[in-house]
Design a protein around this ligand. Structure first.
Ligand code: AMP
Length: 219
């Protein structure tokens, strides 16, 4: 399956993407994770991306689209993929479509995770992320780790992402409404969008997502 995951920051895209990718045996491709890996490795691409990410703005398309395409070219993505955080604006969506047409393949669905705005800010400001695997996230109130500062899953160090502070979250939400939400209408024109609520226990959201993906939006 070839799937795109869309939703505001704090909707649980990373968490759901990890479960869904495992259930569907496809790679989880997160452009945010790719940027963070480049930053921690000190690459030129990471240096270009960092200031945009710290401010909660989008990294320019010239950098992002090439990076996403390079990742899609990897052999593990040949049979399908779950894109998390890409595309994030209409220009990127058009670039993805052009790429898929060139390869003679198509998306199977766009999963839209809905969550109320007040919930997003609460979720993100208290979020703590594992340095080893960003799909391992905790919350200082709602999902405390057994040992403070340590990931329950793999023992990695928990930290607050620089772009998870309240001010930056508000900017990321503005960016989401302005730049990213229009891609939902864009993909609706292709009858690809399935919308589910991202509220409730993680496992319930995963189940809802799996059910929604089984029923193709088309036809
Ligand atoms: P995420 O981990 O998906 O929340 O992404 C973290 C940050 O990485 C975003 O706030 C952007 O600064 C940057 N980023 C990730 N994906 C993209 C994208 N498709 N286009 C532009 N910037 C992106």
């Amino acid at each position: 399956m070839r799937i795109v995951l869309v939703g505001p920051p704090g909707a649980g895209k990373g968490t759901q993407a990890a479960f869904l990718a495992k259930n569907l045996s496809i790679p989880h491709i997160s452009t945010g994770d790719l940027f963070r890996a480049n930053i921690s490795q000190g690459t030129a691409l990471g240096k270009q991306a960092k200031a945009y990410m710290d401010a909660g703005n989008l990294v320019p398309d010239e950098v992002t689209i090439g990076m996403a395409q390079d990742r899609l070219e990897q052999p593990d993505a040949a049979g399908g993929f779950l894109l998390d955080g890409f595309p994030r604006n209409v220009n990127q969506a058009e670039a993805l479509d052009a790429y898929l047409v060139e390869k003679g393949i198509a998306l199977d669905g766009v999963l839209d995770l809905e969550v109320p705005e007040e919930e997003v800010v609460k979720r993100i400001a208290g979020r703590r992320t594992c340095r080893k695997d960003s799909a391992h996230t905790f919350h200082i109130e709602y999902k405390k780790p057994e040992v403070e500062g340590v990931c329950d899953v793999c023992g990695g160090e928990l930290y607050q992402r620089g772009d998870d502070s309240e001010d930056t979250v508000r900017n990321r939400l503005d960016v989401y409404h302005r730049e990213t939400e229009p891609i939902i209408d864009y993909f609706k024109q292709q009858e690809l969008v399935v919308t589910i609520t991202a509220l409730g226990p993680v496992a319930d959201v995963t189940q809802r997502a799996m059910d929604a993906l089984k029923k193709p939006a088309k036809g």
